[in-house]
Design a protein around this ligand. Structure first.
Ligand code: FES
Length: 262
């Protein structure tokens, strides 16, 4: 489904935390009751979450990892990177947070066999893509070590193919996602690449996709203050001028933000 050209509804919900667990050191998975956001969210969108006991801290923008439209919950997988997310990580099931969303524009998911390429927490929005794809998507994930690829078991029920790389060779192919991407694209029937991860990785993945004639979308990460298109703190230069990552993105066609992509 595509969100392009439509006015997207937004909601503010007082959301109960129904589950909250540590996946690895510094990475948490939080499930929230948020039926309106769950009903309208699209892969690649995010929510702004209030921080409990942290009134001086702005809401935190967090990518949506999974939703259940029938059960009315959303799931977020996030890394603690500062006081706001550390305060969030301390919240226990039963507590409430305010959720604003869904925000931003997501991926085009109307593909026959998308290849999702992710590194680190970039695998959060791609998980939502995989979960919505009815096992038509494959994923290529990279991490520094085997421990960082805890994502494998989370993705497994949702994907058609699963490929992994680690920097140290402790799991999957030794190297980076860009080590195996050319062979995957040359030997597969992929009709689109969606990438989210460290900036250098995304740029390189986009260039490789372009060299194989496969369309590519990138999900950019920028510091966000308002999350609503009002403050310009997230602005990026694109081929169509300055765009706001929170409102015009976070997903953009790779060719719009990188010179060597199409
Ligand atoms: Fe304020 Fe994007 S975060 S305009």
């Amino acid at each position: 489904m595509s969100a392009e050209g439509t006015t997207l509804p937004k909601f503010v919900e007082e959301a109960a935390i129904t589950a909250h667990e540590r996946l690895i050191a510094g990475v948490y998975r939080m499930t929230l009751t948020s039926p309106a956001v769950a009903a309208h969210a699209l892969p690649g969108q995010f929510v702004d979450v209030s921080v409990p006991h942290g009134t001086s801290i702005l809401r935190r923008p967090l990518g949506i990892a999974e939703v259940s439209r029938t059960e009315g919950w959303i799931r977020l997988i996030y890394r603690t990177v500062g006081r706001g997310t550390q305060a969030l990580a301390a919240a226990r099931p039963g507590a409430y947070v305010s959720v604003l969303g869904p925000l931003g524009r997501g991926f085009h998911t109307d593909l026959g066999h998308p290849l999702l390429v992710g590194g680190g927490m970039g695998l959060t929005p791609l998980l939502f893509f995989a979960a919505e794809s009815a096992r038509t998507a494959s994923v290529l994930m990279g991490g520094r070590t085997k421990e960082e690829l805890f994502w494998e078991r989370i993705y497994a029920p949702y994907v058609r193919g699963l490929f992994m790389t680690t920097d140290d060779g402790s799991h999957g192919v030794k190297g980076f996602v860009t080590t195996v991407l050319p062979d995957l694209l040359a030997g597969g029937d992929y009709d689109g690449v969606a990438v989210c991860g460290p900036p250098a990785m995304m740029r390189r993945v986009a260039a490789i996709a372009a060299s194989h004639g496969v369309s590519c979308e990138v999900s950019l990460e920028r510091h966000m203050a308002c999350g609503l298109g009002a403050c310009l703190s997230c602005a990026v230069d694109t081929k169509h001028g300055r765009r706001k990552v929170c409102k015009d993105g976070p997903v953009f066609p790779a060719g719009e933000v990188y010179d060597d992509a199409s």
